[in-house]
Design a protein around this ligand. Structure first.
Ligand SMILES: [Zn+2]
Length: 480
């Protein structure tokens, strides 16, 4: 017997804009309300709200604090939403900062496009304090700081494993997803008695084996699984050891007294890198280089792992519970002000800077690159997926020139690619996750992946595990 429908308003055949509506006879729940990201055309789609009556929603569930899953959440109250928003307690801690920084970025992007305000926008993008803002018309933005405040008033943090009733005949339990601090799969129990069904939304899943984060929870079972497939057609090179590549890069930089710039995302890669650097320190392979984390969000992500050690591997959890700090070493410095961020540009005897964004398209990393990309005593780390056509993508292909704030610079910095730092499950990890279910899941709906990734995963799930898979189309209701 069907208990309702699922409708996908984003991430159906693509990797951003996660937004799924569960509609039952008595309740309406939205799972994730993310931004579309990538090209300017994708970003323009953010201004068009999904055709959902937000006033009729009982609740919104957020799986994690990445912008492609929560970035449009602060539009919900303006659209009429009056219910509660549920996420894990760790995500709750991170969400306000993520949404505020998104509001600031929207402002910066608007001013970048508007005549005569570009210097103000550049200052803001570089994390400076640019003075009073020029006018930012409401029609030009998705939301601003007051809407973030209204949104955060509706958020309720729920610990992993605790069941909470979120709508008539709907209860929710979060399960660790192993992706970033706070990331969870959302298990919804819908209906009562014999008609009760479990619908499991995987959210983004982490790799099965991580040096830092606990692997995704092995589910008891589910009648319907909505699974992400970002890396659904990729298989990681298991022999790639990021720590050894980092060790070699750091040894070279230390010997030549170089500056190393590690562009990274504040939630996910920044914590993975700091942990790897802590391990290198303990192995005597950091060679005394100072490490600067130039991102308050990344620092908050690190701190959240001490506060919520349940997201760490069992070995690291034991260390933290015994009072240890596996993401700390004496050379680690948190950069929390613009002045400190500027000061590290002038460092002379080598050092490592972690700064966002990982795509090198915004944030303080732009200023660090502008300061040093034309210097031979600088190394830039490259890692993970990069959007085609962007600066990081060009750098990976050996670009010899870079454009910063209208100025063309010669690229003289050395680049090193570090593999094995992905926060996403690859195809083998996803297969293992499905293999770990105590009861074979019923129907599998594959979203959050390009069509070739969804098809590749579906084919393997069908042949190896006999699972029936559906690739939902955008805005088409699927009976569940
Ligand atoms: Zn994510």
């Amino acid at each position: 017997m069907n208990i309702g429908t699922l409708e996908f308003y984003g991430a159906a055949g693509e990797v951003t804009g996660s937004c799924t509506l569960l509609r039952t006879e008595k309740a309406r729940i939205l799972v994730d309300f993310g931004m579309f990201q990538g090209t300017p055309a994708d970003e323009a789609r953010n201004a068009v709200p999904p055709e959902i009556d937000f006033a009729l929603l009982d609740a919104i569930v957020i799986t994690h604090a990445h912008i492609d899953h929560c970035g449009r959440l602060a539009m919900a109250t303006t659209l009429g939403f009056r219910g509660k928003i549920y996420c894990t307690t760790a995500t709750h801690d991170l969400l306000g900062r993520v949404l505020r920084s998104s509001a600031r970025l929207q402002r910066a992007r608007f001013y970048e496009r508007a005549d005569g305000t570009a210097p103000w926008a550049r200052a803001l993008m570089a994390g400076e304090e640019p003075g009073p803002a020029p006018e930012f018309p409401p029609a030009q933005r998705l939301f601003d700081i007051p809407e973030v405040r209204d949104t955060m008033d509706r958020v309720e943090g729920v610990p992993l494993g605790r069941e909470v009733k979120i709508a008539p005949l709907v209860s929710l339990v979060f399960r660790n997803a192993g992706h970033i601090p706070g990331a969870a799969s959302a298990e919804l129990s819908v209906g009562a008695g014999a008609a009760r069904k479990t619908i499991l939304f995987s959210g983004d899943l982490g790799p099965e084996r991580s040096a830092l984060l606990d692997p995704p929870h092995a589910p008891a079972g589910a009648d319907v699984v909505v699974v992400e497939s970002t890396n659904g057609e990729r298989r990681r090179d298991a022999s790639a050891d990021p720590e050894e590549t980092l060790a070699a890069m750091i040894a070279r930089a230390a010997e030549r007294k170089e500056k190393v710039i590690m562009p990274c995302f504040a939630l996910g890669r920044a914590q993975l890198l700091v942990h790897r650097l802590a391990r290198l320190h303990s192995r005597g392979l950091l060679h005394g280089l100072n490490v600067y984390v130039d991102s308050p969000m990344a620092v908050q992500g690190i701190e959240s792992l001490y506060r919520y050690p349940e997201y760490l591997t069992s070995a690291l959890r034991t260390v933290v519970k015994a009072g240890g700090a596996p993401l700390w070493f004496p050379e680690l410095h948190y950069v929390l002000s613009k002045r400190e961020s500027m000061a590290i540009d002038r460092m002379v005897h080598g050092g490592i800077i972690l700064a966002g964004s990982g795509f090198m398209d915004a944030g303080p990393v732009l200023r660090h690159l502008q300061e040093s990309i034309d210097r031979e005593d600088c190394t830039v780390m490259l890692s993970g997926y990069q959007p085609e056509g962007g600066f990081a993508w060009k750098l990976q292909r050996g670009a010899t020139r870079a454009q910063f704030t209208g100025k063309t610079m010669q690229v003289r910095a050395h680049t090193v690619r570090v593999e094995g730092l992905s926060g996403h499950a690859d195809q083998d990890d996803l297969m293992k996750w499905f293999g770990s279910f105590q009861r074979k899941p019923g129907r599998v709906l594959i979203n959050h992946g390009v069509d070739s990734a969804r098809a590749a995963l579906a084919a393997r799930l069908n042949t190896e595990l006999g699972l029936e898979c559906v690739l939902p189309a955008r805005e088409v209701a699927i009976e569940v």
